[in-house]
Each structure stands twice: as structure tokens, then as C-alpha cells.
Design a protein around this ligand. Structure first.
Ligand code: MCA
Ligand code: AMP
Length: 490
């Protein structure tokens, strides 16, 4: 059994004074992060399971590291989660305590939990809690992810999967303790938290988090020591927009220089359009590389740092990951170019969905392959291309996975809505944007679109808001009464 974060075990000397994370003006060295997390771990050792109010701050890093150190599973919460989604996550995951910063205002739903304040400025200087060498199969994190219907499910991620996936990325990208990662991803999902925080900490390297994404912040941090950038396609699209302004503009030139100097530019969580790949390459001479992952599987494939970048593909399977394509009837497809559902197996996989043995069983084949629901091809060199998705009711917007069903359920609870269907529509910035097709309860006075969008934000989360609301007299249905979403999209 090995430690998940060996560099935080008991750093001394130069290792202790190395920067671990930086958020704006606040920097934590390995020594300080180790002390702060050990002190906090001692306070939560008997907690059973904790929630983490996952703001993009150093407090979140300390909280998650402390939970890992204590061997207590942590549930990262999106601090903008709305009422009904938060109630569901709390009821489902049953944490006994919530870890939050001293200045955070928590919603009422969290009041019944013990509040443990994470403070970067003052913590008890005790010997703290020793890092546990927990069972590799022990749950480390429970990350909530949307499905096509119903509320989000908690993916239980064991220590083994986190270690395996981060080590496979070390191998693919030559990721070392000398790397300084720059990103602005949220810290309640796999991309920002596991790759973006635990990734650098497992290597003994450092992270500079921008707090909020901006091209200027990317240019500043990559231009002053950052070596790697992680982002979702929407972020690279926004960088490409800045790079598209005429050379000579100060912001554009600083960004082009900073990107050109980075060791690795990595995109993931959704497909990066080839047009954006090309615009960035033309302005910087650098290729963005993609990797393909999922909350349940962590990372599956990726272009290697020493490999051939091929825009539009997500590279070959990572070390230890088995990947195959399967037809609807279960036939395994072997010939290059065939199109089928991507199924994966390996040490990177989650344990299952919390409290949902039915959903866990449905997501796997009898011999342990996980059904990703993504449809793809594999070429002769083993490079995977994702061509689509089996479920039409999943929307990827800004890299966030959003289930159409959860938004429909919330909108149906609004008194002004009689019927509703939610679809994803292509969007140059977000990849897809959420569109709600609404039949108003009173067609003569439909509710304002903004009110419906705010209702969704208040119950679920702001990124799940419909960006467009279209009113119809009736929804198109087939003979069986099923809503024909394809004809809505057309
Ligand atoms: C949205 N807003 C609206 C409406 N819609 N306001 C009024 N009317 C509407 N219809 C508001 C929001 O509340 C928010 O407010 C603002 O507009 C922007 O919303 P947001 O969706 O957050 O978009 P954005 O601010 O433009 O952000 C783009 C983003 C963000 C930075 C790219 O989407 C993002 O951080 N994405 C990362 C997702 C991610 O990490 N996914 C990883 C999961 P306000 O301005 O007040 O904020 S996938 C994963 O983990 C797997 C393993 C993988 O492979 O990586
Ligand atoms: P999530 O469930 O939020 O973790 O999102 C996982 C999904 O994101 C995958 O099933 C894919 O559909 C998508 N995804 C992640 N990375 C990529 C990528 N590089 N290209 C295309 N789709 C991706």
C-alpha cells in the first residue's frame, strides 16, 4: 500500500519550502499544506464522511488533502448548487460534517452538519494526524455526476483509481515535480480536483489556480513559470478568440508568447473543435493535446507528450487501460474504422454509484467492462476518435455534463409550465447550450424566460440554466405519445 500524496507525508528541508499551490496572492508550501491538512485531519478523523464546500480556494485543497490524510471519504460540493440538488446530494451521501472556509456563507441545508472551519491563516500547530495508508479500495472521493434521467449519482472513487489514473498521466506526459500547472477549473469535478489539484500534489509539483478563467490570467501565469495548462474546450475557444485578434495587440501577443512557451497544453471534458486547434497552432506554433475521461473512469486515453498530436482524436488508451468498441447487440468490433460504443476496463475505474447497485450493474457488462455511452472509432495506430454519444438526453455545456431529465423535472414543477422538453444545441463557445422547449400553462401569459432560467439555477446549478427558452403550443409526439426531441432540434 502506498501513499496517495507522498510529498505531503512529512516534508522537510527544501521539499518543505517548495510551493504546492497558489491562489492569487495566497501561496502554500508543501510544509504548510502538510501541517494544515494534518491538523484538520485530526479534527475529522471520526467523521465518517465529510462534505467539502469546494470554492476555488486554498481552503478546498487543505480540506480534500486532510480528508485523504484521515482516510475519510469526501464529497466535494459545488458552492453554487441549488436547493433541490443540494438536498439530494446531502440525503444521498449523508456527510456528518462540512469543511468550509471561515468567510463562506453556507445554505440552510448544511446547518444541521457540524461545520469545520478550514483556515489557511491559523491552524493548531499540533503533530496532527499521520497520513493513513488506507486500503487502496477505500473510497477517497464521491463525485456527483448527471445521468440522462433523475438526480445526479455519486461516483465512488477509490484511492486505487486516483493513483492509477494520475500515474498513467505521468507516464503519458512526462509529468514531474518540476511542472507548474495552471488552470481555472472548478474544484468539485474530476478534471479540476483530481487532475488539477491531486495531480500536481502527487508528483510533488505545483498548481497555480486562477480563481476565475481569463485569457489574461493564463498569459500571466504561463508567462511567469507555468509549464502546463489544463482547460475545457470553452476555455481554449476563448483563448483562440483572443489569438485571432491582430498581431501587435498587447493582450494577444502576451498570450501567444505564453502559450508558445508552455510545455503542455491539455484540453479535456468535451471535444475541442478542430477549428480551435488550428487557430491556436497557427498563432503559437503549439498543439493542444486532448485526453478523454469520465467521472466514473477517470482518464481513459490521451495524446502522449512524445506522441503525434492529431487534432480531433483523443489519443491511444493510457497505460493499464483496456478499451474496446462494442455494437448494440454486444458484438466486439475489431476492424479499424468500425464505430461502436467505447467500453473500458482497468485500475482507473470507480467502485460504483453510491446507494445505486442497480445503476452500477447497468453500467457494466458481466465481465467488468464499463459502458461509457460514448461512441467512437479506433484507427490502426490505436488512436481513439469520439464521434458521438448514445444518449441524446445528455448535454455537455462548457465541459459540464447536464442531464436533460433533471432540468425537465425542475421546470415541470414551475407553475407556469405545462409541458417541457430540454435539448442541447450547438454553441460555438460552450460546445452545446441548454435549450428548453416549453408549453406554457397559460399560453396567453407564458412565464418570462429569465424566470424559468433562474428557477433552474436556484434548484440545480447556474450552469444548468437554459440559455434559450422557446415557447410552443404543443410538443411534437409520436404515436406512443413520446416526445420527438430530434424533430425539435431539427
Ligand atoms: C448562465 N448564466 C445565465 C444564464 N445561463 N444568466 C442568465 N440567464 C441565463 N440563461 C450565468 C451563470 O449563472 C454564470 O453567472 C454565467 O452566466 C456563466 O455561466 P457558466 O455556465 O458558468 O459559464 P461561464 O461563466 O461562461 O463559464 C464557462 C466555463 C465554465 C469557465 C468554461 O463552464 C467552466 O468552468 N467549465 C468547467 C467544467 C468542468 O470542469 N467540467 C469537468 C467535468 P456568473 O457570471 O455569475 O458566474 S468533466 C470531468 O471531470 C471528466 C472526468 C473529464 O473528462 O474532464
Ligand atoms: P463527465 O461525466 O462530466 O465526467 O463527462 C465525461 C464525458 O465527457 C465523456 O463521457 C465524454 O463524452 C466527454 N469527454 C471527456 N473528454 C473528452 C474529449 N477529450 N473529447 C470528447 N469528449 C470528451
Amino acid at each position: 500500500m502506498t501513499l496517495l500524496l507522498p510529498a505531503l507525508q512529512s516534508p522537510t528541508g527544501p521539499a518543505a519550502s517548495r510551493e504546492a499551490v497558489r491562489f492569487g496572492d495566497l501561496s502554500l508550501t508543501y510544509g504548510r499544506l502538510a501541517e494544515a491538512s494534518a491538523a484538520l485531519a485530526a479534527r475529522i478523523a471520526d467523521a465518517g464522511r465529510v462534505a467539502v464546500w469546494a470554492t476555488p480556494t486554498a481552503e478546498t485543497v487543505i480540506a480534500v488533502v486532510a480528508a485523504l490524510r484521515a482516510g475519510v471519504p469526501a464529497v466535494p460540493l459545488n458552492p453554487r448548487t441549488g436547493e433541490s440538488e443540494l438536498a439530494h446530494i446531502l440525503a444521498d451521501s449523508a456527510p456528518t460534517a462540512v469543511l468550509a472556509g471561515p468567510d463562506d456563507t453556507l445554505p440552510g441545508a448544511l446547518e444541521k452538519l457540524r461545520r469545520v472551519t478550514v483556515d489557511t491563516r491559523a491552524f493548531e500547530r499540533t503533530d496532527g494526524h499521520p497520513a493513513v495508508e488506507a486500503d487502496p479500495e477505500a473510497p477517497a472521493l464521491i463525485v456527483y455526476t448527471s445521468g440522462t434521467t433523475g438526480p445526479p449519482k455519486g461516483a465512488v472513487l477509490p484511492r486505487r483509481a486516483i493513483a492509477a489514473s494520475l500515474d498513467a498521466l505521468e507516464d503519458a506526459w512526462g509529468w514531474t515535480g518540476d511542472d507548474v500547472l495552471v488552470h481555472a477549473l472548478p474544484l468539485f469535478h474530476v478534471h479540476g480536483l483530481i487532475l488539477g489539484v491531486l495531480g500536481p500534489l502527487r508528483r510533488g509539483g505545483s498548481l497555480r489556480h486562477l480563481g476565475k478563467f481569463s485569457a489574461e490570467g493564463v498569459a500571466r501565469e504561463l508567462g511567469s513559470g507555468g509549464t502546463m495548462l489544463f482547460g475545457v474546450p470553452t476555455m481554449y475557444h476563448r483563448l483562440a478568440e483572443v489569438l485571432d485578434t491582430p498581431a501587435g495587440a498587447a493582450e494577444r501577443d502576451a498570450l501567444a508568447r505564453a502559450l508558445a512557451g508552455a510545455r503542455l497544453l491539455v484540453s479535456g471534458s468535451a471535444a475541442l473543435p478542430v477549428h480551435d486547434h488550428e487557430r491556436i497552432a497557427a498563432a503559437t506554433g503549439r498543439r493542444v493535446i486532448e485526453r478523454y475521461g469520465m467521472t466514473e473512469t477517470l482518464m481513459n486515453t490521451g495524446i502522449r507528450a512524445d506522441g503525434v498530436p492529431r487534432p480531433g482524436t483523443v489519443g491511444p488508451p493510457l497505460a493499464g487501460v483496456e478499451l474496446r468498441l462494442v455494437e448494440e447487440d454486444g458484438t466486439v468490433l475489431d476492424e479499424p474504422g468500425a464505430i461502436g460504443e467505447i467500453q473500458v476496463r482497468g485500475p482507473n475505474l470507480f467502485t460504483g454509484y453510491l446507494n445505486r447497485p442497480d445503476a452500477t450493474a447497468a453500467a457494466h457488462t458481466a465481465n467488468g467492462w464499463f459502458r461509457t455511452g460514448d461512441v467512437g472509432t479506433v484507427d490502426e495506430d490505436g488512436y481513439v476518435t469520439i464521434v458521438g454519444r448514445k444518449a441524446t438526453d445528455l448535454i455537455k455545456s462548457g465541459g459540464y455534463k447536464i442531464g436533460a431529465g433533471e432540468i425537465e423535472n425542475v421546470l415541470l414543477a414551475h407553475p407556469g409550465v405545462r409541458e417541457v422538453a430540454v435539448t442541447g444545441e450547438e454553441d460555438p463557445d460552450l460546445g452545446e447550450r441548454v435549450v428548453a422547449w416549453v408549453v406554457a400553462a397559460d399560453p396567453d401569459s407564458p412565464p418570462p424566460a429569465e424566470e424559468l432560467a433562474d428557477h433552474v439555477a436556484g434548484q440545480l446549478a447556474p450552469h444548468k440554466r437554459p440559455r434559450t427558452v422557446r415557447f410552443l403550443d404543443a410538443l411534437p409526439r409520436n404515436d406512443l405519445g413520446k416526445i420527438m426531441k430530434r424533430s425539435l432540434r431539427a
